[in-house]
Design a protein around this ligand. Structure first.
Ligand code: C2E
Ligand code: CA
Ligand code: CA
Length: 491
């Protein structure tokens, strides 16, 4: 029994021992399971965190770069640029400059040839700037058509950097069909050790607005800022002038050599400024062009001239042609054809009495587009004249493709036509060309009887100039239409 019991005990004991052992075993297992779970959770957490971090980093990298060119975007450029300037301020070693490159007429390229071509141009610019940049330079695409380069000059001039870019550009655009139309402007500001990155950028950008005609590189000078303030005032004043009726059209007679009669007038804008008095067009038209206000001014001019012409016809005055000056911006930025159609409809003016004056330089820029628009306007019955002939690079091809009715010989040729043999020969050649192409040839800026006589002898058809009349208000033209001009009585 005892034995049994012992056995039992033993058995019991064994059982107990086994039980104790198996309890310990399951405890170990439980701990192991718990540990494993904790580890798995930790591992999973770490994994999720790592994935999140990678995604966040990738997103940050994506935000930093312009997708098309791979260059820094504007924000990142400013950020990186600030760091570079800070470092430079501490060590003040060497020179550093910021260049803003502007892709000339990118919007027009996109409109005329499609965004694929425009994108190719943008990428070509990016590559050319990259190839011109030095070690450690920062490049960004800071706007659709603007790039910025923050460059350490290392004894070189900033012009050298830009020249390197300009020299590289043709290689990168060799696969673009419109390569001859691709051009650039560069605004430069050399770091003075004081400016922050935003000021430096704004100053370089300002140069893009103030570059002269045909000038590709413009460098910041302190008087630019002053000019910029003045220009801004002028811009606001011009917009006010349009609203408050401070502009007026004067009209200058165009006279037929054959009959001596006024057969047309040119509408010329005048600004009666409330405090500055009379401001001549040469002082505000170029600025209006720069600010993009010219399109508004020209539309106002077209509407006012057509209203005036309709009024003269309505009151029974002899019909004359009215010519209106059109700026290049009008062709590039607006739908001139639609504007002309709208104004003719609105005023009821007969298109046969309207003439549009465009300069030969304009006719040569964006030829295809301009030719198309001018042909459409011409088909309405409106005449087209080539203004200032002899001042730009004459394009005989444009005479073939643009439906010019009138060639206006520039004043610079007319003013010394009696004294200068070359002026006379050129005038004579223009007359011969005009005749061959069945166009009317008009001499501008005729001031003397001698000029008038010689131009008649050379075969000019018409004249315009102070000899006949200065530009004058509409009511004086009415008088002249009733009592014809006597050239000997100068106004
Ligand atoms: P433009 O189209 O060549 O106009 C002829 C300019 O020569 C006018 O100057 C006129 O007053 C001046 N002129 C005419 N005959 C003589 C002369 O015998 N001797 C001299 N010395 N000058 C003469 P204005 O009115 O000052 O206009 C200057 C320029 O401003 C114009 O040159 C034209 O390019 C622009 N302009 C004038 N009005 C408008 C306008 O409404 N829209 C646009 N886009 N431009 C305009
Ligand atoms: Ca003109
Ligand atoms: Ca002219």
């Amino acid at each position: 029994m005892l034995k049994i019991c012992k056995k039992c005990d033993i058995i019991k004991l064994d059982k107990k021992q086994n039980w104790g052992r198996s309890r310990k075993g399951s405890l170990d297992l439980k701990i192991a399971v718990i540990l494993l779970s904790v580890l798995s959770v930790l591992f999973l957490g770490a994994l999720i965190f790592a994935v999140y971090k990678i995604l966040a980093l990738r997103k940050r990298v994506r935000i930093k770069r312009d997708e098309m060119t791979g260059l820094l975007n504007r924000r990142s450029f400013m950020h990186e640029g600030r760091l570079v300037l800070d470092k430079y301020r501490e060590r003040s070693e060497g020179e550093i400059a910021l260049v803003v490159f502007d892709v000339d007429k990118l919007r027009l390229i996109n409109t005329l040839y499609g965004t694929d071509e425009g994108d190719k141009v943008v990428c070509a610019f990016a590559k050319a700037i990259r190839s011109a940049a030095g070690k450690g330079d920062i490049i960004g695409r800071v706007d659709t058509d603007d790039f910025a380069l923050l460059t350490k000059l290392h004894g070189k001039t900033v012009e050298e950097r830009i020249e390197k870019f300009a020299a590289a550009l043709p290689d990168f655009i060799s696969n673009i069909s419109i390569r001859e139309q691709v051009n650039y402007y560069a605004g430069v500001c050399v770091f003075d050790g004081q400016d922050d990155i935003y000021t430096l950028f704004n100053k370089a950008n300002l140069c893009l607005l103030t570059h002269g005609d045909g000038q590709r590189i413009s460098t910041f000078t302190s008087d630019m800022e002053q000019r910029m303030v003045e220009n801004e005032i002028m811009r606001t004043e011009m917009l006010d002038a349009l609203k408050n009726g401070q502009f007026e059209l004067f009209y200058q007679p165009k006279v037929s050599f054959k009959t001596g009669k006024m057969t047309g007038v040119e509408a010329l804008i005048r600004w009666h400024h409330p405090t500055k008095g009379f401001i001549p067009p040469c002082d505000f038209i170029p600025l209006a062009e720069q600010f993009g206000i010219i399109t508004k001014i020209d539309e106002w001019g077209l509407l006012t001239a057509c209203r005036q012409g309709k009024h003269w016809l309505d009151i029974g005055l002899p019909p004359i042609k009215i010519s209106v000056n059109m700026s290049q911006a009008q062709f590039v930025r607006t739908d001139v054809y639609a504007t002309v159609v709208r104004v003719l409809e609105e005023t009821g003016f007969d298109p046969q009495y309207l003439e549009i004056e465009v300069t030969e330089t304009m006719a040569m820029t964006d030829v295809e587009h301009t030719v198309g628009v001018l042909n459409k306007i011409h088909a309405l019955g409106v005449s087209i004249s080539m203004d200032d002939l002899g001042t730009g690079y004459s394009s005989l091809a444009s005479l073939k493709t643009i439906p010019f009715d009138v060639l206006k010989i520039d004043r610079s040729l007319v003013c010394d036509v009696n004294e200068n043999d070359t002026s006379r020969r050129i005038t004579s050649a223009i007359v011969a060309m005009g005749k061959a192409l069945k166009m009317i040839v008009l001499a501008e800026g005729v001031e003397t009887g001698e000029q008038s006589k010689l131009l008649t002898d050379l075969g000019c058809d018409m004249a315009q100039g102070y000899y006949y009349s200065k530009p004058c208000p509409a009511n004086e033209i009415e008088t002249m239409l009733i009592i014809p001009i006597n050239p000997n009585v100068k106004t």
